[in-house]
Design a protein around this ligand. Structure first.
Ligand SMILES: Cc1cc2nc3c(=O)[nH]c(=O)nc-3n(C[C@H](O)[C@H](O)[C@H](O)COP(=O)(O)OP(=O)(O)OC[C@H]3O[C@@H](n4cnc5c(N)ncnc54)[C@H](O)[C@@H]3O)c2cc1C
Length: 315
């Protein structure tokens, strides 16, 4: 199988979510080629060699995010590589670009994939109805397929090949003018985006007021965690919507998720039920969140959280 992986990176380092994409396609019978866009996208070849990537397509002349230019770049790479399958991360960028690519090339498109079987007939799994059931999908025609993988679902395998990766530069070309990026504003947090975070500390209405979110930031610091929130506190204006976890917020799947002063409404669970371990802190022992938690602490968060923070700081 000829696979093309769309690589995302930060500070010249391939993001973990892209390593998960590479892990999903790594196998003896697959040829892996990669592409990346933005300043420094041509500097990734040394790291990609370990994954057995022979050709890497880069585009360095785009410095501001523009879905049209990104799509044009990917389209040019597809024309050169003719992949059977394209793999990228199921995040805002992936979900913005790849439906456009799928439409242009009449390819099958699937996002939010949590499991992928590349060896036999291509088969993927993705949750439906806010995680209440799982769809098992195979592809019946021979057109190319675009698979977007949810972060933190596929284990990163060891990359130990020593292939020389050729960098092939592609020019982005001029935008057609159908859309224009007016400005790009950085999110609140300097930490990892919620969708990629390994550890998340989320807070809800139990925190009583916006200022008390400081307690969560203090707890997040020794854990190197990203702070999230329930919709109730976003609606109250305590934190921006970019922090919201749930059906109308972000879908997250960290290794460790703290739900602090969050009741566990179905719409919140929809966004975090893929978490591997959940620690719930709530003073109501009947709160639904405890049914989803690995560890439950019944008590007052204002007493528990500072003690937990001090303990973690001392480790
Ligand atoms: C269409 C739709 C979409 C929605 N989308 C989302 C979504 O994406 N994300 C989302 O989160 N919600 C979403 N909601 C809202 C959801 O239904 C709940 O209203 C919301 O999740 C509740 O937030 P909460 O748990 O912070 O607040 P509450 O339900 O008020 O819970 C607060 C909790 O804090 C506990 N508590 C209070 N004081 C303390 C204390 N001192 N110590 C410990 N615990 C304490 C209480 O026991 C309680 O369990 C959506 C709703 C609708 C209708």
């Amino acid at each position: 199988m000829n696979a093309l992986v769309f690589i995302e990176y930060k500070d010249n380092k391939i993001k973990k979510s892209s390593l998960e994409c590479l892990s999903a396609v790594k196998g003896d019978s697959h040829t892996i080629q990669t592409c990346a866009i933005g300043a420094g996208s041509d500097q990734l070849t040394a790291a990609l060699g370990a994954w057995g990537v022979t050709k890497h397509y880069s585009c360095t002349d785009v410095d501001t995010y523009n879905p049209e230019l990104y799509k044009n770049f990917v389209a040019k790479v597809i024309e050169q590589t003719k992949p059977d399958v394209i793999v990228a991360t199921s995040n805002n960028v992936g979900r913005d670009i790849f439906p456009r690519v799928a439409a242009q090339f009449s390819m099958a498109y699937m996002s939010d994939i949590t499991e992928v079987e590349m060896d036999s007939d291509l088969e993927v799994k993705r949750p439906l109805y806010a995680g209440k059931c799982t769809a098992q999908v195979t592809f019946t025609d021979d057109s190319g397929k675009i698979l977007l993988l949810r972060p933190n679902q596929i284990s990163v395998v060891e990359a130990s090949e020593s292939v020389t990766t050729e960098n092939i530069a592609i020019a982005a070309g001029a935008p057609s003018g159908q859309s224009e990026t007016l400005s790009v504003e950085k999110g609140e947090s300097e930490k990892l985006d919620l969708t990629e975070a390994e550890t998340i500390v989320s807070g809800g209405r139990g925190l009583k007021e916006a200022e008390n979110f400081k307690l969560l930031h203090d707890l997040a610091a020794p854990l190197n965690a990203t702070v999230g929130a329930s919709r109730a506190v976003v609606d109250l204006g305590w934190v921006p919507h970019s922090l919201q976890v749930g059906q109308t917020g972000k879908t997250v799947a960290p290794s460790l998720y703290f739900a602090i002063g969050i009741s566990g409404a179905i719409q919140h669970l929809a966004g975090m039920s893929g978490s591997k371990n959940v620690v719930a802190i709530n003073k109501d022992e009947k709160a639904p969140i405890f049914q989803k938690s690995t560890y439950g602490l019944v008590g007052d968060l204002f007493e528990i959280v500072p003690v937990l923070t001090e303990k973690l700081k001392s480790l």
